[in-house]
Every structure is written in structure tokens, then in C-alpha cells.
Design a protein around this ligand. Structure first.
Ligand code: HEM
Length: 381
């Protein structure tokens, strides 16, 4: 079920509902509703923390092993599937749901979220055990159905020209259209299936996750139909259909992200990070950075670990010190820059540097989570 009585857009962002009530309010339906909402948020916070740490730990494990620190110990393809799907299903989408809710948009209700969590756990354990086996397919089908039903609930936002969330419904639908084609080509033509996966991931990141993160920080959008087209062409350029037209779309989309650097209402580390991603996408569109796997993996990780997570972070773990945010951004840069350098022909120490960056990202996030527990035992944040 999708909650339609979401928080109004005029409400301050964050989760400070219910503060300042007196005892006569305690039995009121509004108070009970707010208390339930707080409990749901606490549960989401726990689940998200666990999913985030597990995603990061799997990533660091793989990076260190690729750098020669230890053996993979598991089938690499299975580990990579478990890592990337846990990150998408268990971290990025739940954070996006919170971003939608903070803007007054409908999000999945409590029972749907329980089904979503169970399906995510089933899919991730399935990917670890057997790659695209039966558990992974069943879990992913349930997750995909919940994404599609959220897209349907958000459809009215598509009329809003200035709202980044207007990109989300077409983004989810376009990403889901890729899935049957990936399944059909996986065995027959694995190289083409990889390009389709890149387009699928590009669509999720450029047309769903990034607009959700930018909407959470109140960034301004270019007219949303233009951005939707630019984001979808960008995803095609990064995967199945790189040509002059789709690259122009990628450049236009990059330009939007680059302009976030000029928006004074956004904190400077975030402006710098979004601006860097925008310039990076424009450089890829112009062919200055080759569109090969190391640069795509590098760009993807900087986008996710840097501006996306840091834009969405205050919704669950507010009031982090600026120094910790800058540390997390620098660590994300250390994960990604060596991979982009690899794509440009530099190999010395790149694997080791990226692995060190991953370990620092993990430590930084432990710091965020540990700090919340120390600062606010039982406090409403
Ligand atoms: C929330 C955080 C993260 C998300 C959402 C995420 C997502 C992804 C995605 C989508 C892929 C591509 C999978 C594929 O093409 O099949 C991937 C691959 C990978 N990620 Fe992450 N990742 C995260 C954090 C990290 C961290 C911190 C590290 C460690 C430095 C890391 C290391 C890796 C490695 C080693 C690969 C495989 C690269 C390859 O195949 O060459 N990830 N990740």
C-alpha cells in the first residue's frame, strides 16, 4: 500500500515531528500517527544503516581483494551482484523514498516496506548463493513491482516543470523496461547484456536517484521534460546507444548538475561535489574521458558515495560536522579518481589507492552512525 497522507512540502525537512506536544495531545489521532511515523523512521534508520554498512563492507572486501590484499573467497560475479543490488534496493531506493516523503510525495506504506525489506534480503542472499538464481529473481520481481507502483503514485508530479521529482516516474518505468531485455540477452550475448546493464544503472542513477537527492536539498531543476529526455539519452550514451545525439543529452544533463555548483542555498561541499559530477559527465560526453568500465565504475561510485549519499544523509542522520562530510567526499574521490586514471592509461597503484579510499569511506560512515548513537540516545532526530 502507498501512503498518500505524506508530509506536506511546507514542513521543514528532517524527522522532528511530535516535539513540543503536551500530555492531552498524547491520545490524539495526530499524535498516534506521528508516533507511528517516528517508529517507522527508526526502523528504516536501523535497516538502512545495516544495508549501508553491508554494501560498503562487500565493496571494500572486493576492492582489497582486487588489489591483491587477500583472495576473493567467493565467486566474484556473485559478490558483485549482491553488493550492487543491496546498494540499489537496500540503500539508494529507501533513501529516495525518504526524500520523496520529505517533499510531500507519496511513499510505500509500512506493510509494503516490510515486504520490500524481505524481498531485498531474499534477493541479496540469492545473488550471493547463485547469482541470477530463483531467489534473486523472485526477490527482484517483488522489488521491481513496488518500484513500479511507487512510480504510478508519483505520476502527478510529472506535471511540475520545476520539480526534480518529476523525472522519477518515467525513470523507474524506463529502467524496468531494460530488465526483460537483460534477461533475454544474458546468455545469448553477454557483451550486449553488459551494455544494457549500464543503461539500466544509468537510468536508475540519472533519472531516479539523482533527482531524488537534488530534490531533498532543494536544488532547482531545468524544465523537467527536457531533463528527463537528457537523462534518458545520457543513460543510452553510457550503455547501448552511444552516438552524437545521446551524448548531447548526456552533456545537457551534466550541465544541469554543474549548475548546482552555482546555487548558493546548497552547502559548499555539496555544490563542489555535484559540480564535479556534472563536469565529469560533460567530459565523458565530449569523449575526453573514455566510456570504458573503469571510468564508469569510478564515476558511478563518486556519484553515489559523494553527492548522492551526502545530500540524503541529513534526512536520517542530521547535524553532521562539516569536517566529516568533507572527509567522506575526499574518501569517495580516492575510491573513484584512481579508476578514472586507469581508464586514461595509468595503472600504477590505482587498485591499492582505490581500496584505501573504500576503507576510509567505510570508517567515515561508521563515524556517522556511531556519532548518532552517542549524541542522541532515544532522541527524536
Ligand atoms: C552505497 C554504496 C555503493 C553502491 C550503491 C555501489 C554500487 C555498485 C554498482 C551498481 C556496481 C556495478 C555492478 C555491476 O556492474 O555489475 C558496483 C561495483 C563494484 N563496487 Fe560498489 N557500490 C557502493 C560502494 C562501494 C564501495 C565503498 C566500494 C569499495 C571501494 C565498492 C566497490 C565495488 C567494486 C570492487 C565493484 C566491482 C567493480 C568491477 O566489476 O570492476 N562499492 N558497485
Amino acid at each position: 500500500m502507498i501512503e498518500t497522507d505524506a508530509i506536506s512540502p511546507s514542513k521543514p525537512r528532517g524527522w522532528d515531528v511530535g516535539q513540543g506536544m503536551n500530555t492531552s495531545d498524547a491520545a490524539s489521532p495526530a499524535f498516534i500517527g506521528q508516533r507511528d511515523e517516528r517508529m517507522t523512521t527508526n526502523r528504516i534508520r536501523w535497516l538502512l544503516s545495516a544495508a549501508l554498512l553491508a554494501t560498503l563492507a562487500l565493496g571494500v572486501w572486493m576492492r582489497a581483494s582486487l588489489a591483491g590484499a587477500w583472495s576473493m573467497g567467493f565467486d566474484f560475479a556473485h559478490l558483485r551482484h549482491a553488493h550492487s543490488h543491496l546498494g540499489a534496493y537496500g540503500v539508494l531506493f529507501p533513501l529516495a523514498f525518504l526524500a520523496w516523503r520529505s517533499r510531500g510525495a507519496p511513499v510505500p506504506g509500512r506493510r509494503t516496506l516490510v515486504a520490500y525489506g524481505a524481498a531485498t534480503a531474499l534477493a541479496v542472499l540469492g545473488f550471493l548463493r547463485a547469482g541470477y538464481g530463483p531467489e534473486a529473481i523472485i526477490g527482484s520481481t517483488v522489488v521491481g513491482a513496488i518500484w513500479l507502483s511507487s512510480a504510478f503514485q508519483l505520476r502527478r508530479l510529472m506535471r511540475r516543470l520545476d520539480e526534480p521529482l518529476a523525472l522519477v516516474p518515467p525513470g523507474i518505468v524506463a529502467a524496468m523496461v531494460c530488465v526483460p531485455f537483460i534477461a533475454m540477452t544474458l546468455r545469448k550475448d553477454p557483451a550486449f547484456a553488459q551494455h544494457l546493464v549500464a543503461t539500466f544503472l544509468g537510468t536508475l542513477l540519472l533519472v531516479v536517484v539523482t533527482p531524488s537527492a537534488l530534490s531533498a536539498i532543494g536544488a532547482r531543476a531545468f524544465p523537467s521534460p527536457l531533463l528527463t529526455l537528457a537523462g534518458l539519452s545520457g543513460a543510452l550514451a553510457l550503455g547501448v546507444w552511444p552516438n552524437v545525439i545521446t551524448r548531447a543529452g548526456l552533456a545537457g544533463y551534466g550541465l544541469w548538475l554543474a549548475t548546482v555548483a552555482l546555487q548558493r542555498s546548497v552547502a559548499w561541499p555539496l555544490r563542489a561535489a555535484w559540480g564535479l559530477v556534472g563536469l565529469g559527465l560533460m567530459a565523458m560526453a565530449a569523449g575526453l574521458v573514455p566510456n570504458v568500465r573503469p571510468s564508469v565504475i569510478g564515476a558511478l561510485h563518486f556519484l553515489v558515495l559523494g553527492p548522492v549519499l551526502l545530500s540524503l544523509l541529513p534526512m536520517l542522520w542530521p547535524s553532521q560536522p562539516r569536517a566529516l562530510e568533507v572527509f567522506l567526499l575526499a574518501a569517495a574521490g580516492l575510491v573513484s579518481a584512481p579508476l578514472v586514471a586507469q581508464a586514461l592509461g595509468l595503472f600504477e597503484w590505482t587498485m591499492q589507492a582505490s581500496a584505501v579510499g573504500g576503507a576510509l569511506v567505510f570508517l567515515g560512515w561508521l563515524g556517522v552512525l556511531f556519532r548518532r548513537r552517542r549524541v542522541a540516545p532515544g532522541a527524536v532526530v
